[in-house]
Design a protein around this ligand. Structure first.
Ligand SMILES: Cc1cc2nc3c(=O)[nH]c(=O)nc-3n(C[C@H](O)[C@H](O)[C@H](O)COP(=O)(O)OP(=O)(O)OC[C@H]3O[C@@H](n4cnc5c(N)ncnc54)[C@H](O)[C@@H]3O)c2cc1C
Length: 483
């Protein structure tokens, strides 16, 4: 068996691994990147990027359908699903091709195959060709996760889909049952609903999008209802059977048995870490009780030569967290004093309206962190830009520290919320006070004005909402901010 030697080897070419490999090369390390599938991992191949291509397409269909209100008269849009899939595949190809270009350009060697540790400083890569041994003083494990399956719903690609099959959009079923009202279930369920499926969501907990501001969640569920969807909370899916030409999902909703006829089932109940088959156990790499790899703030595992980043190193399971961790681990391997020290880790949910959260997102969280919180809220219904683009739904809510006026966090729900959260993340990372944002001139008419107004509202100085600081108030009640 041939042996190859590197300074550092990354296993898994998702947004964690491919970024780590580039950073290692930038820092002068002879690096290799191993993956058994295409470059880009879940994110580029069947996660973040292709799902957002579908979401944008479904939003376009929805916009066309509702354009009559603005005097644009078009018939019911038709979707050529093969063409849409082709577009999505082109997007994936372009982005994964870009990763290949960057790795090559930085001098990273890409090895295709399944990696397994044979010692703390060597792996075997079983690839397309001959099995090879790869040795290095440092390894980064970035093998991500895979969809959790639930009893009674074996993913077969025919009746039952995971996110992977759903993102490949084989068809638009007449009726879809989406099990799991988390981010992925809600995003993909919304895509299918907008493309014409009748979607039934089944969520085991009392609220879909658990942990998110209930007012934001209400806006999302309210928007889904007229699009032919049904949302059941406190609902446990128990199994399904094929009856004639249809499937019947059996569930318990609020303690009562129900049967839901449908044509396809999407199971989106979360991800579990991909540690099996890596050979980590005999080396003594410690796992957390939930099966993720335990790491220190530099992403080093209990075995000094092995680092772990991204989904495999634990929640939140987000691509940008994986990338940041990849940079930190690579820098630590290169001898830099790099550790996890971020203030702001934003997250975006691409539902309709979009929701984005950064920092301490509720008064309760702020109290638990020892603050006396002050809240500022501003409605997109009072903002010129959102009204003009016919998306006046939603709000920006900021939390600050009452005494110091330090900005602590924000929840944004509304048009382009997932883009707008970048400003809040930057403000938090820079240690901004509410005044810093309030005093910054924002271009008019733009959506970020809502963040500025929310910070002003927290100071009792909102211009386009009435300021009633000590009483709960309806945000944005006031004149539109469009002079
Ligand atoms: C439908 C969907 C939508 C999503 N949307 C978003 C979003 O909008 N924003 C966001 O931040 N996150 C999103 N995510 C989550 C995001 O995709 C993950 O958090 C991210 O991909 C994790 O990156 P990673 O580098 O840890 O691993 P992954 O992307 O999972 O990559 C792991 C790689 O390791 C390889 N691998 C595994 N084991 C081995 C082995 N033994 N040998 C060789 N290779 C191996 C795999 O083939 C894979 O390519 C979404 C996920 C899904 C499914």
């Amino acid at each position: 068996m041939a042996t190859r030697n590197f300074d550092a080897v990354v296993i898994g070419a998702g947004p964690g691994g491919y970024v780590a490999a580039i950073r290692l090369a930038q820092l002068g390390k002879k690096a290799a990147l191993v993956d058994r599938e295409e470059l880009g991992g879940v994110c580029l191949n069947w996660g973040c990027i292709p799902s957002k291509a579908l979401i944008a397409a479904a939003n376009l269909v929805d916009e066309i359908r509702h354009a009559g209100g603005r005097g644009i008269l078009v018939g019911e849009p038709r979707v050529d699903i093969d063409k849409l899939r082709e577009f999505k595949n082109e997007v994936v190809k372009k982005m994964t091709g870009g990763v290949g270009f960057l790795e090559k350009g930085n001098g990273v060697e890409v090895l295709k195959g399944n990696a397994r540790f044979v010692s703390a400083t060597a792996i075997e890569v079983d690839g397309v060709g001959e099995k090879i041994r790869v040795e290095a003083p440092a390894f980064i494990v970035a093998t991500g996760g895979r969809p959790i399956e639930i009893p009674g719903f074996k993913v077969d690609g025919q009746h039952v889909w995971s996110a992977r099959e759903a993102v490949d959009i084989p068809e638009v079923p007449k009726r879809l049952v989406a099990i799991g009202g988390g981010i992925i279930g809600m995003e993909l369920g919304t895509v299918y609903a907008k493309l014409g499926s009748q979607v039934t969501f089944l969520e085991a907990l009392p609220q879909v999008l658990t942990g998110i501001d209930p007012e934001a969640v209400r806006l999302v569920t309210r928007g889904l209802k007229p699009r032919g969807t049904t949302i059941h909370v406190n609902a446990r899916a128990q199994g399904y059977e094929a009856r004639g030409n249809e499937l019947v999902v059996k569930a318990e909703v609020e303690g009562k048995p129900v049967e839901i006829p449908c044509d396809k089932v999407l199971v989106a109940v979360g991800f579990r870490p991909s540690v099996e088959g890596l050979g980590l156990e005999p080396l003594g790499v410690k796992l957390t009780p939930r099966g993720f790899i335990e790491v220190n703030p530099a992403y080093r595992t209990s075995v000094p030569s092995i680092y772990a980043i991204g989904d495999i190193a634990g929640p939140p399971l987000l691509a940008h967290k994986a990338s940041k961790e990849g940079e930190i681990a690579a820098e630590a391997i290169a001898g830099k004093k790099s550790v996890r020290d971020w203030v702001a880790l934003p997250s975006g949910i691409f539902t309709d309206p979009e929701i984005a959260v950064v920092g301490l997102a509720s008064e309760e969280e702020a109290r638990q962190a020892g603050h006396d919180p002050v809240v500022g809220k501003f409605s997109f219904g009072a903002l010129g830009r959102s009204v003009a683009i016919a998306h006046p739904e939603g709000f920006v809510k900021v939390i600050g520290d009452r005494a110091s006026k330090l900005l602590l966090g924000a929840t944004l729900c509304g048009p382009d919320a997932c883009d707008l959260v970048a400003e809040a993340a930057l403000a938090l990372e820079m240690g901004a006070y509410l005044e810093d944002v309030a005093l910054t001139i924002h271009a008019h008419p733009t959506l970020p004005e809502a963040f500025m107004e929310a910070c002003k509202a927290a100071l009792g100085e909102a211009i386009h909402a009435l300021n009633r600081p000590e009483r709960p108030r309806r945000a944005g009640a006031g004149a539109p901010a469009s002079a």
